[in-house]
Design a protein around this ligand. Structure first.
Ligand code: FES
Length: 116
């Protein structure tokens, strides 16, 4: 385990998200009803910044560019890039890729991420 402090609890109230740095990478830290989650900050399709993505069903993040959807609790792809119509042709070259996720540990008032 390689835990790194990325933020303090009061920086990320429930329902908010923030881009943080850990291990030389930018991560997206989300505070959901079920806890804190850390994912890669950029979409694995074509690197859109996921911070501005839409949250669906409490834990699914939709990419702002081509609307791929990821479960931020597992990194699983719920739906791959599908907007605008015709983007599927590009998907032959940029096939489905899971979102990288990182375990989050709360220690005192510190939010720590296992960057492995
Ligand atoms: S960049 Fe995210 S779906 Fe294309």
């Amino acid at each position: 385990m390689a835990l790194e402090t990325v933020a303090h609890l009061d920086e990320i109230p429930l329902g908010t998200r923030k881009v943080v740095k850990a291990g030389g990478h930018k991560l997206l830290l989300l505070h959901l009803e079920t806890g804190f989650y850390a994912t890669q900050a950029y979409c694995p399709h074509l690197l859109a910044p996921l911070k501005s993505g839409k949250l669906l069903n409490g834990h699914v993040l939709q990419c702002p560019f081509h609307r791929a959807q990821f479960d931020v609790t597992s990194g699983d792809v719920i739906r791959w890039a599908n907007f605008p119509p015709g983007i599927q042709a590009l998907n032959v070259l940029r096939g489905e890729r899971c979102l990288a996720t990182y375990p989050v540990v709360i220690e005192g008032d510190q939010i720590r991420v296992d960057i492995r």
